[in-house]
Design a protein around this ligand. Structure first.
Ligand code: RIB
Ligand code: CA
Length: 303
């Protein structure tokens, strides 16, 4: 059983990643921290609480960072909507956020279980960077960081930068230079797994709460991705969960990742330098059949 802490900016694809993690019998979610990203923190926290409450996910949910470290906050309302998770409608919820700060939860969890905890950020890296600054042992005691972010090639929010990095480049620079063992799920691999209408139909034709929430989210998300990203929804964040379940479905290569924090046109770009000694592995391919088979199986109701 792998112990994981999700750090999410829920978000349509974050929601699928959370559903998959909760449905994976080989993953134990120690906690879920909501961070500002796709939408403001209040909205990403609300979406995360609603999803967990609706699916009966017992993991504690925490407030993460409301703003990036240095830059002005940016959100992705065009893609994820005004709520950050447009589409599903949730009734009144019982689940509340914990009173403990999310960054403190991350630090305490890693220190209490050295070498056992994976951090799984699928939004901007603000919380992870703050945890590393709060206690310098985090980078060396974490089992690994499996993150969605970056791109060796084109960006998606600017020609140079992928959104999660662009939303807090300084945090990303701290994390990628920390020496922690990192697996980067960048656009190079995530754009290859696209949820098109036939696949949505196949996945949502079966019963289950997770599938019905995914179905309710896909009409809006498909339209916004077609309009603003020029493609059907890519399964960005779910790649992190698929990797944790079975790393062998991905091809990875060791690279040093540098983050541009000074450029105006290139702000937030991730530059990869081949380095066989690097503790950062960059995913470049995924076995499509195994990825979709796992995603589908992980959505089975476990209740
Ligand atoms: O660029 C894709 C990433 O930005 C995903 O994590 C998506 O949820 C948004 O946060
Ligand atoms: Ca995300």
């Amino acid at each position: 059983m792998k112990k994981i802490i999700l750090d999410v900016d829920t978000g349509h694809d974050d929601a699928i990643a959370i559903e998959m993690a909760a449905g994976s019998s080989d993953l134990e979610i120690l906690g879920i921290v909501a961070v500002s990203g796709n939408q403001t923190l209040d909205k990403t926290l609300e979406n995360t609480l609603n999803l967990c409450d609706s699916l009966g996910i017992k993991a504690p949910v925490f407030r993460g960072s409301e703003f990036p470290l240095i830059r002005q906050r940016v959100v992705a309302g065009k893609i994820h909507g005004e709520t950050g998770f447009d589409g599903p409608v949730f009734g009144p919820r019982k689940k509340q956020a914990e009173s403990q700060r999310g960054v403190d939860f991350i630090v305490n969890s890693v220190l209490e279980a050295p070498g056992e905890v994976y951090l799984v950020p699928t939004g901007p890296l603000t919380d992870i960077a703050l945890a590393m600054r709060l206690d310098s042992r985090v980078a060396s005691l974490v089992k690994g960081i499996v993150l969605m972010g970056g791109s060796l090639g084109k960006g998606n929010v600017t020609p140079s930068a992928e959104f999660n990095i662009y939303a807090d480049p300084e945090a990303a620079s701290i994390v990628f230079s920390s020496g922690a063992p990192i697996v980067m799920m960048g656009l190079d691999v995530t754009l290859s797994v696209v949820l098109d209408p036939p696949r949505i139909q196949q996945i949502t034709s079966k019963p289950g709460k997770a599938r019905s929430i995914l179905k309710a989210s896909m009409e809006f998300y498909t339209q916004s991705c077609l309009r603003y990203a020029g493609s059907y929804p890519a399964m960005h964040d779910p790649c992190t969960i698929a990797y944790l379940h079975d790393p062998s479905m991905f091809s990875v290569k060791p690279m040093r990742i540098e983050v541009e924090t000074k450029g105006s046109l290139t702000y937030g770009r991730t530059v990869g330098i081949e380095d066989s000694q690097s503790r950062t592995l960059v995913a470049c391919k995924v076995d499509q059949q195994r990825f979709w088979s796992f995603l589908d199986s992980a959505l089975e109701d476990r209740a």
